[in-house]
Design a protein around this ligand. Sequence first.
Ligand SMILES: [Zn+2]
Length: 491
Amino acid sequence: MQNSPTDGPAGLKFDCQRTYSPARRKPRIRILALLLITAILPLHSADEKHIMIYAPGVSFSLPVSDHDGREYVGLLECIEPLGNVTTRIDGARWKVRFNNADSEFTVGKNRAKLRGHDLDFPGIFLLDNGRGLVPLVSLGTLLPRILDKPVSFNPLSRRLFVGNVATHLTAQLSHTTPPRLVMNFTSPVNPTIATEPGRLRMTFTREPLVAPGSPTLTFDDKSIPSATYTENNGSAELVVNGAVPLMASFSNEGRTITVAPAPQQPAAPVAGTPAAPGTPSPPVSKTPAVAPAAPRHYYAVVDPSHGGDDRGVALSDTLAEKDVTLTLARRLRQELEARGIPTLVLRDTDTNPSLDDRAAMTNTAHPTIYIALHAASDGKGARLYTALLPVGVENNGPFLAWDTAQTSFLLVSRAAAQGIAGEFQRRQISVRTLPAPLRPLNNVTSAAIAVEVAPPGGDVMDLNLPAYQQNIASAVATAVAAMRGQLGGGQ
Ligand SMILES: [Zn+2]
């Protein structure tokens, strides 16, 4: 395809270009104008579009940027994880060698020389600060030649598969009582699971999951009538629709997910509703529930609060709360596991799952105790929080159960906070325990506390001292281990 006014830079609708006659402009001026605009526009704006590339042994995500109304991606970044790559710039030419095979691109052109053959692709090649950019849609044309491997690409959902990496799925509903939807996958999967009224949502980001035969699966069942498969922005999503609250459980080393109606939660007293002593509380009917039996059973879930765009408190110019909570979480996991307590850390990187997601992930793991970590610049020592549940909320919908899921675990949460406070005192770390309306404590269906760490003395930078963090982590772990009998052995 040759460059036409509609797919080249002439398609730009910037006011500054009206001084030119688009049809008569020299290509060189058009390229210059484009390079200027490329330089002015930030490459990675607030736009969070990205492409996910799945290859044997490696899956990775790359940012997608818009130029001239087209989506672009860095070519080097696409191939670097897949082989030996070197690049060289020679004037307007960008040369790339992948596993000893040469390819060459020219700025502003839609023709490349790949392994000795000319190849046209949709859109034009761009160079931005030495970074070679190609139109996202051209990856399906370019990568099979550059990599010398079959590539399958869906530009709409921005998911690209190199070689034979797809994970396939089959789903079957068994009409038992209660009914069970059994989904088998050809490779282990570990989706993020979230429940909301009427549906259970599984999001697959790292897994090269491909669509089932039909995107909508219908089942002849009243409680689990259907499931829908969609793909968007680098991930695949499977939504199971339910007329009743659903839960998911894993088996077969992550190759099987079974979705079934959630068992009724133990009756939880509704805050603000007078109930005579000894009178059983009405059962909560629509508690969103997610299942036990993740591939590994976790006794403790540690949640490093904040992350990603949410930096938490700016403790200093260089120290953000989100980083303190993450290093502290890793130390705490180490201390807990050293005491034989299997521990899941909710985020091990600089990401920011929503509070609902954090609660859902925790409830899915079904731990005995959930520990959120925060850091504060003021005060001294540690504060231990338990949930402060809303009072006087009327029971008028399915959301109440989610907001007060913690209710029946409040006593054991307070016991956990007291136990940890005792260990802090033994170590001369000043400590306070108090209830607080701190989400997602109220959504968690296990003992749940938040530990907020303040600097040991006056200096906020001391929050980052390994010895101080170690002492805090060790205190929490010692207390949790000592309370094993009291908190229960997990479910
Ligand atoms: Zn915080």
